[in-house]
Design a protein around this ligand. Structure first.
Ligand SMILES: C[S@@+](CC[C@H](N)C(=O)[O-])C[C@H]1O[C@@H](n2cnc3c(N)ncnc32)[C@H](O)[C@@H]1O
Length: 263
């Protein structure tokens, strides 16, 4: 399938995630469903160290691009009411199998993160770990996240850093210490043999978040701990590289609370 046959990139994304599910994410998802705590990103930094989510008990939470939904499983175990959305039937099939095997059970919805089949103002928290940000067009999915959040609702998402996207060789292999492409080309890029991705610069993320109505609370640039090694499967950066330059960014934002009525 060429970009011309599939301008939205959705066909390629579905095929890619069917393959990745067979190769890696099915087995990885099963393992990660059994872990007591979530960890973020390539280097598995524990939530206990990052404290990105806070207390989620009693919250309505939507995960976009949930994949095998191990983040959602942890959120549900922590007392949240969770719905996990993903484009890939294969990824959600792993999640459904894990639910049947061990629970917890929560909503699994096959849908595009740019067009959520969800009523407005339904959730308190929208989460995404590599799900929406690389794969969905920023203005579109952020507008959807803002639409489905209640006033005051929070958004937490992780994606590749701009530096990693600049330094990863297109033909595969790990990032080096050279910029291999123009930053302005990263907003909408189709990798050879891969999917259509979006890696805007920080200025563009700030504009997109503010344009969707969010107030930005933090940008965490993640670095692995001393003991971490290179990821077994997503080996796009080594831990040594990521200790020098951030390989992953986490954005935290919220919608303004509902305005108080004038007396
Ligand atoms: C890297 S996985 C993220 C899930 C999990 N956190 C992980 O790291 O394995 C990326 C997920 O995004 C999903 N995805 C890609 N394009 C999407 C879209 N337009 N809407 C919703 N999900 C999408 C893929 O199907 C895949 O399951």
């Amino acid at each position: 399938m060429t970009p011309d046959d599939d301008p939205s990139g959705r066909g390629r994304a579905r095929s890619l995630w069917a393959l990745l599910n067979e190769d890696f994410t099915d087995a990885d998802g099963v393992t990660r469903w059994s872990e007591p705590e979530i960890s973020w990103g390539l280097f598995r930094i524990p939530e206990r160290d990052l404290r990105l989510l806070g207390d989620v008990a009693g919250l309505d939470v939507l995960e976009i691009g949930a994949g095998t939904a191990y983040v959602s499983a942890w959120l549900a175990r922590a007392g949240a009411r969770v719905v996990a959305v993903d484009l890939s039937h294969h990824q959600l099939a792993t999640a459904a199998r894990c639910q049947a095997r061990s629970g917890p059970v929560f909503g699994l919805v096959e849908a595009d993160g740019e067009r959520l089949p969800v009523r407005a103002q339904t959730f308190d928290l929208v989460v995404s770990e590599y799900g929406a940000a690389p794969w969905c067009e920023p203005q579109r999915w952020l507008a959807e996240a803002a639409r489905v959040l209640r006033p005051g609702g929070r958004l937490v998402f992780l994606t590749n850093s701009v530096l990693a996207a600049l330094c990863v060789p297109a033909e595969g292999g790990v990032a080096g210490d050279r910029l291999l492409r123009a930053q302005r080309d990263l907003g909408d890029i189709t990798w050879p043999g891969g999917g259509r991705e979006h890696h805007p610069g920080h200025g563009a993320w700030i504009a997109a978040l503010r344009g969707a109505g969010f107030v930005i609370d933090a940008l965490h640039e993640l670095h692995p701990s001393e003991g971490a090694g290179t990821h077994d499967y997503y080996d796009i950066v080594t831990a040594d590289w990521a200790r020098r330059w951030p390989a992953e960014d986490v954005w935290v934002a919220h919608l303004p609370p509902r305005p108080v009525d004038a007396p």
